[in-house]
Ligand binder design. Structure first.
Ligand code: M6R
Length: 610
């Protein structure tokens, strides 16, 4: 939800800001802009739409500025036009700011500032920041910035520049991510590491309430109230340029779907032992006694991660026999939840920055609940706020539609369920062996599946590319897979799709079915006969059926209009491969329709506002 980048150093800031913004574009793409400081002037360039529009404006210009700030926007307040694009300035164009988040009390602040004669140019909440700094400015940029922070409420990562304080950027964060990148005689302030890959691997993760000042080769992190410096650990990020490039694929989403042969392995590597059929999870810090005593497990998340939460609930209850719940973070945080001493809470998030998930985590902490992160981005807010948990290790996911992060979440939550089951002695040995063996085989199975099935997936996608609606059905562990298949289709191709538990379909959605309303059914072995009856029911109403079925299933060939065969796996492992053809069908349908699959309209990768 908006990406910000700041640079001071010895190189041309324009190039560094543009390259950083390109890598951050997946966070929001309604508009983009930069501010460069040159000859004690602030030069602002901005435009609505993608970064390529901004590049057109500045193409040919060669400013010598060695410091600047940039922004790529996901609009919250004010339509995505040029005026509402960041950076925003004060009345005199002396102060420029970029902001990610929402200033909740901006209406009161704006009224106050207008009464003092400030003239606003945009409809954004963010513009109050530059005017407030101007209002407090008495020759000391830092003081004015700190005074501004005392007034604003809400969530923010802010970068600000003052034309009278050369080559200095001040940043602050509360609720939105901000990372300091420390280079050689240069410093960066960015929303996420993708913006600095190739420049530096040394970072400091700023915490909420901290302020940072960068000046070429110096930086200082301080507490805005005491104004004292804070010493923070410099950490090392492992993101590579290859990981954040398309690497020959036409889209990040396709690259990330194909990466699953590796990312699934990364999710279980070092955590399962095929020799003695064991599961180990270092990050949970729970003793066998703690695990014995757990009464309830909650999985709290949003979007695709919420679908992983449903799967997690099912496998946790089945394998560890602990009562489990899955919750939308946005609902949980506002419903005055009851938390008991022996409950534990997992917060599932690819980005680790989703505002509702983070807020739900903070709420549980306040209520003295035990919290664990299941995150992909190392060092993200949820990972750090939880302090313990399990990383999914899927590597950077850039496509807005989550794919590889989802299958990694399934693997990790399955491992947690097995781990708890091991200490609670609730997993029969033969089941444990089969799950571990099949998990271990899964990367090769995925690789073969992708090698063999692309052409058939393309031709099925082509056949259905002009549909307006689709229903996705699955039962048991395949119910969240149906939800995920439907979400993938709707978010990147803008085709209306709904996921349902296959039997529940009879309680309403079946009324929608006709020959133009295809049904995608996951019909692998779990509850197979029941699902077959559900297919008969929709066929009887004229629906075209596309089935995901196990290899060797002859019955399904007669019943479904199109079938994609997947190898048969232990039923807890099976859903992890079942979702891959659904991801690819969504991908190819959207591509055939000419959609920008990596940057679907209205969406952003990381939802850092509620
Ligand atoms: O980063 P998170 O996993 O917390 O993100 C949650 C959702 O915003 C995310 O899964 C979203 O639904 C994706 N666009 C799904 O493809």
């Amino acid at each position: 939800m908006c990406g910000i980048v700041g640079y001071t150093g010895n190189k041309k800031a324009k190039d560094i800001l543009i390259s950083g913004l390109k890598n951050l574009e997946y966070r929001g793409y309604d508009s983009a802009g930069i501010c460069l400081q040159e000859n004690n002037e602030l030069l602002i360039f901005k435009d609505k739409g993608r970064i390529k529009n901004l590049i057109t404006i500045i193409d040919g210009l060669s400013p010598n500025a060695i410091s600047g700030i940039g922004h790529t926007r996901w609009a919250t307040h004010g339509e995505p036009n040029q005026i509402n694009s960041h950076p925003h300035t004060d009345c005199k164009n002396s102060i420029a700011i970029v902001h990610n988040g929402i200033i909740e009390n901006y209406t009161e602040i704006k009224k106050f500032l207008e009464s003092k004669g400030h003239i606003f140019k945009s409809e954004t909440d963010s513009e109050v920041i530059s005017h407030l700094i101007e209002e407090f400015y008495e020759g000391d940029f830092k003081e004015a910035f700190l005074n501004m922070l005392k007034i604003i409420e809400g969530a923010y990562a802010i970068l600000a520049m003052d034309k009278n304080t050369p080559n200095t950027i001040i940043g602050a964060r509360k609720g939105s991510p901000l990372i300091l990148g420390i280079g050689n005689n240069e410093n960066f302030l960015v929303s996420d590491p993708s913006a600095i890959v190739g420049y530096t691997a040394n970072v400091v993760y700023l915490d909420d309430g901290e302020v940072v000042i960068i000046k070429n080769n110096e930086f200082e992190i301080l507490d805005p109230v005491s104004k004292k410096s804070i010493n923070k650990k410099v950490e090392h990020i492992s993101w590579s340029l290859k990981e954040i490039s398309k690497d020959g694929y036409p889209d990040f989403m396709l690259k990330e779907i194909f990466e699953q042969q590796q990312t699934i392995k990364n999710a279980f590597r070092g955590r399962i032992s095929i020799e003695n059929y064991d599961v180990k999870l270092g990050g949970l810090k729970l003793t066998p006694k703690d695990i014995q005593d757990i009464q309830r497990v909650f999985f709290i998340s949003c979007g695709t991660s919420w679908h992983a939460g449903i799967y997690a609930k099912y496998v946790m209850e089945d394998l560890s026999r602990i009562i489990s719940e899955h919750e939308y973070a946005s609902e949980f945080r506002y419903r005055n939840p009851l938390i008991k001493e022996d409950d534990i809470f997992f917060f599932i998030s690819q980005s680790g920055e989703t505002a509702d998930t983070l807020a739900a985590l903070k709420l549980v902490k306040q209520l003295n609940g035990r919290v664990y992160g299941i995150t992909n981005v190392v060092g993200s807010s949820i990972a750090r706020e939880a302090g313990q948990g399990v990383y999914t290790h899927a590597g950077p996911e850039i496509g807005v539609a989550s794919t590889k992060a989802f299958t990694s979440q399934l693997v990790v939550t399955l491992l947690i369920a097995l781990y708890f089951g091991k200490f609670r002695k609730t997993v029969p040995q033969d089941k444990l062996i089969k799950i571990i063996e099949d998990l271990n085989k899964l990367p090769d199975i995925v690789e073969n599946f992708l090698k063999k099935n692309i052409e058939i997936l393309k031709s099925i996608s082509f056949k259905y590319k002009d549909i307006s609606n689709a229903l996705y059905l699955g039962r048991g562990l395949n119910f969240p897979i149906a939800l995920e298949g439907a979400l993938k289709l709707k978010e990147i191709s803008y085709i209306h799709a709904e996921g349902y538990p296959a039997a529940e379909m009879k309680h309403g959605p079946i009324a929608l079915i006709d020959k133009n309303f295809p049904v995608f059914v996951i019909a692998t072995r779990e509850l197979y006969e029941k699902v077959i009856s559900n297919i008969e029911e929709v066929k009887a109403r004229g629906a075209k059926v596309v089935a995901i079925a196990n290899e060797g299933d002859k019955k399904i060939t007669k019943l479904a209009d199109d079938v994609i065969f997947v190898p048969e796996l232990e039923y807890h492992v099976q859903p992890i491969i079942n979702v891959i053809p659904l991801q690819l069908i969504a991908y190819y349908i959207a591509s055939f329709k000419g959609k920008d699959v990596d940057k679907p309209r209205n969406l952003a990768k990381s939802v850092t506002v509620e």
